[in-house]
Ligand binder design. Structure first.
Ligand code: SF4
Length: 278
């Protein structure tokens, strides 16, 4: 994640949420490698974002995944952690920093084991077929996976009557499947160019990274020269943080609530769980 000012604000929200259930003096493990061993003795691993006591936290960006969310992924971390630390249960937290949404649930060792075993046995079953889902964009097989690319050439896109909800829904599933593959191809091309390779008709163009500055340091350097009024013209206020700081010191509501403007609500297209594989 790039460190733009707005990203820091989102991360601040994540830290604020974590501080609600993890005490200040708790031991916190950041990005621990969590590994489970399958029946065949193979290790499967991933990196949880944060583990503290009975809490496992994963930060998510983008839209809110519909139920069951990332329960399967977090159950993998949970199983490894519970086996290592002899726990019977943990609390799993999905922190959607863009949407500022916190989903959490308790996972027992039996539930975690059942979830992991069913995924591993489906994975090891030679007759099982991959099914496209909302996790394909992170999968290392997304350039070649048959669930994304098989049958695409046989589809005649012009046959969809997009005024009919059923056909619109089918076209959307196809479009999402293609989009994942297109993005995987683009990523592979960027990696190729970045590594110094040639790609006919394409070249790499460097873009400057986003700039940011510590507002306290900037204010202390500049306010005596340009005055606070001029300096404030270049500032914006993090309302979440302002409300939190205000509520720490004052009982009444923030007295500027009636000055706060809200932009139009936006809507995201999220997959319904009937499209998710079991
Ligand atoms: S690309 Fe999607 S369907 Fe294919 S293996 Fe990966 S997660 Fe499964």
């Amino acid at each position: 994640m790039e460190n733009s000012v707005s990203d820091y604000r989102l991360i601040d929200w994540g830290i604020e949420q974590v501080s609600k259930f993890v005490p200040d003096d708790a031991l916190v493990d950041v990005e621990p490698r969590m590994e489970i061993t399958t029946g065949e003795g193979k290790g499967i691993y991933g990196y949880a974002d944060l583990i503290a006591g009975e809490h496992i936290v994963d930060l998510k960006s983008g839209g809110i995944a519909p139920e069951p969310g990332y329960r399967a992924q977090l159950s993998g971390y949970a199983l490894a952690y519970m086996e290592d630390t002899f726990r019977d249960y943990v609390w799993c937290h999905e922190l959607y920093i863009d949407a500022k949404y916190h989903r959490y649930y308790k996972v027992t060792i039996e539930e975690a084991r059942e979830t992991v075993d069913s995924i591993v046995s489906a994975h090891l079953d030679p007759d099982s077929e991959p099914v496209a889902c909302s996790f394909c964009k992170w999968c290392k097989h997304n350039l070649t996976c048959p669930a994304l690319v098989d049958g695409i050439e046989e589809e005649d896109m012009t046959n969809f009557d997009l005024t009919k909800p059923q056909q619109l829904s089918e076209a959307l599933v196809l479009a999402k499947r293609l989009k994942v593959w297109c993005e995987a191809v683009e990523k592979a091309a960027k990696t190729h160019l970045n590594n110094g390779g040639d790609l006919k008709g394409w070249r790499f163009q460097k873009r400057s990274g986003r700039e940011s500055v510590d507002p306290k340091a900037a204010h202390s350097e500049l306010y005596s020269r340009m005055g606070s009024d001029k300096f404030m013209e270049a500032c914006s206020v993090n309302l979440t943080k302002l409300r939190r700081i205000w509520s720490e010191f004052y009982q009444e509501d923030l007295p500027i609530e009636d000055l706060i403007k809200r932009s139009k609500d936006t809507f995201a297209l999220v997959e319904d769980k009937t499209n998710e594989p079991k």
